[in-house]
Design a protein around this ligand. Sequence first.
Ligand SMILES: [Zn+2]
Length: 359
Amino acid sequence: MATGGACLVWWGEPKRIRDQSCCKNVNEPKKPAAAALLRKLYYAVKPYVPWSLRMALRRSYSRRLRLQQRDVWPILPGSEKTPPGWPGWPEGKQFAFVMVHDVEGIRGVENCRRLMQLECDAGFRSGFFFIPEGYEYRLTPELGQELTRTGFEVGIHDLHHDGKLYSSHQSFLQSAKKINQYIKDWHAVGFRSGFMHHNLDWIHELDILHDGSTFDTDPFEPQPDGAGTIFPYWVARPGVTAAPKAGELPPGYVEMPYTMAQDSTVFTVFQERDINTWKTKLDWIARHGGMALVNAHPDYMAFEGQTGTPRTYPSDLYATLLKYVSSQYGGQYWTATTQEVARYFRDSYLRKRLAPPAV
Ligand SMILES: [Zn+2]
């Protein structure tokens, strides 16, 4: 991670402590500065390269990488280790199942209600993350309110979604001000960067409860350093050494890494037409009591009556995952939105470990 891998900072201690059980770097680039420069160049030329050419290159590169990385993706051995003193999930459930959706463009917005319906019918609620100042759409108050009224979460996905959010610290600070205004206006508590870019130290500028810009293991992402855990983890603000008040946590946020492969990776890059990759990972997470967090994009789903394109996959595949979870693991999982899981993690786990006891 850009933080150097720190994930827990105990109050009162001047130096960061990386909790071995919940955070280790995987796939950290050997030359991070060169990797950052390459990313910058890529996003500068990206708008001028046709999608079909970009995808063809990505597919060929990713197929070779998949073979090389088969020992660490989709399952990273060691990432199942539970955080120290972990109390388990609410009501003694075996594992958590969490769904999020990044809404990338106008097609995604048009599919939001279909996806909501699909999940409601299957008894699930998820989080929808919208781009506040993207090129294709603006979130309407009607859709935002409909989502929250029916138990879904509304979160912030980047600012412009152009791959440039982290291009300099100064520009990030300016963007953070705008993002914080949207957080307030939308009553949101969660954030995720575009393209899973992340600088966990900078994200402290956002007024959030949780961030979701990382993953347990995903060598196919442009910033492929993984968190190495299938549990949420705490990112404490660096440089804070003063002990918090009794019963309070030091400043920081909960990081909610996605732990199931993204739909775009499985269905668009690898062009799979079954959910075996998802099933294998879900079974493994369930066995180890972790958090199965899946990020699926409404933009890429073709619902009934919609013509499929090279960029889409049948929404039935996603529906099959939900059916699989409920039929295979009925009564054994806790399903909640990202904000509910982040609150549980903060209040039922972190507070007991990190907050000084009230006298
Ligand atoms: Zn996105």
